[in-house]
Design a protein around this ligand. Structure first.
Ligand SMILES: [Cu+2]
Length: 148
């Protein structure tokens, strides 16, 4: 229990800086469009809510290509930037289930994972990729703005 409590404290202090997740309201991160031509109207938000030692994150997206398959992940802060997580090219730390946009281009997907997978620099941003070509990333939600 001591270990769990200290992990909880570290996570709250370094990643969230508030107790909103502990209160069950969740913390919201807004997606930004990357500088590319994919799904130009794509947008959305991620809401992360703590549940014990787990974090549940739900993406609510719109402006996607109707019927198209997507994948999404939390990524760690990578080596390519220390101030722009979405440009840092970090490794995947937690993957969302595969999903597809509906006939209106909307999608919602939730992943629940151990908070250690997205603690601090481990959970710096969330990318939404084309499942057919993961190098295409229409939108990214920055979670942690500075490395370290
Ligand atoms: Cu990814």
């Amino acid at each position: 229990m001591i270990v769990q409590k200290s992990v909880l404290g570290l996570f709250t202090a370094t990643l969230l800086g508030s107790c909103s997740m502990m209160m069950g309201q969740g913390t919201t991160y807004n997606f930004k469009h990357n500088p590319n031509a994919a799904d130009p109207a794509a947008m959305g938000r991620a809401v992360a809510t703590m549940d014990g030692s787990m974090v549940s994150t739900t993406l609510s997206l719109s402006g996607l290509t109707p019927g198209k398959a997507y994948i999404a992940h939390y990524h760690a802060f990578g080596p390519a930037s220390s101030t722009d997580p979405c440009a840092s090219s970090g490794p995947v730390t937690l993957g969302f289930p595969n999903f597809s946009a509906d006939a209106n281009g909307n999608a919602s997907v939730t992943v629940k994972g151990d908070m250690t997978k997205i603690m601090g620099d481990m959970g710096a941003y969330i990318n939404v990729h084309y499942a057919s070509d993961p190098s295409v990333v229409p939108i990214c939600a920055p979670v942690k703005m500075t490395k370290g």
